[in-house]
Design a protein. Structure first.
Length: 201
């Protein structure tokens, strides 16, 4: 896949390893300025995914779904024929409780505090902060950053948006290091959620 990540100029392309569902694609890439745009084109047979990285690139509507004055935003959208409630999609993506892998990344590496156990007010340990007919927002924080996740499902569009605010300088350093892995995993999260919801239908 090709991602426009601002190597040299905001529109200079670099090439990354193809993402395969269920795998972690680790690759080297430069620091992404919050205002630089990223776009992706995926295999049409598996559903087109469009993505943008950057506070400005996300657009006003996307930014307004979070109360954070975010330093980092990425937004990915999948075309899928399966209609379901946003919370159903969010739970299909992340589960009711965090998996060991999610705990390793969120708690072990990012020091995010997660709720324990199953609750209608949490998704994978994240607090379910707001829910509308079109989207849900999950919130969590650590001592050095605050994170929001918004899952939106409208018509044939399913999207996941990540918002990060750096509360300490270490937050910027940590997320700059891990954000490439995060972005490599999001297409698989969206596709796996669509598949799980379709199987339940």
């Amino acid at each position: 896949m090709r991602a426009f990540l601002g190597m040299g100029s905001p529109r200079s392309p670099i090439y990354t390893l193809p993402y395969k569902s269920g795998s972690v694609a680790l690759y080297t890439q430069p620091y992404i300025d919050p205002k630089v745009t990223m776009s992706r084109t995926e295999n049409p047979e598996r559903g087109e995914i469009l993505g943008a990285v950057g506070v400005d690139a996300a657009g006003v509507d996307v930014r307004n779904r979070s109360s954070l004055d975010a330093d980092y935003i990425d937004h990915y959208e999948l075309t899928t024929p399966i209609g379901a409630a946003p919370q159903d999609y969010a739970r299909a993506m992340f589960g009711d409780v965090p998996t060991p892998g999610e705990r390793f990344i969120w708690t072990g590496l990012l020091h995010i505090t997660l709720s324990r156990g199953t609750s209608p007010d949490t998704i994978a340990g994240w607090r379910l902060a707001e829910e509308t007919a079109d989207w849900v927002r999950m919130e969590a924080r650590s001592w050095f950053l605050t994170a929001h996740l918004v899952v939106r499902a409208v018509g044939d569009r399913l999207s996941l948006t990540t918002y990060i605010r750096y509360d300490r300088i270490v937050g910027r350093l940590a997320w700059t290091t891990l954000s490439g892995v995060h972005r490599s995993l999001v297409p698989g999260l969206l596709r796996d959620a669509a598949r799980r919801v379709a199987q339940r239908a």
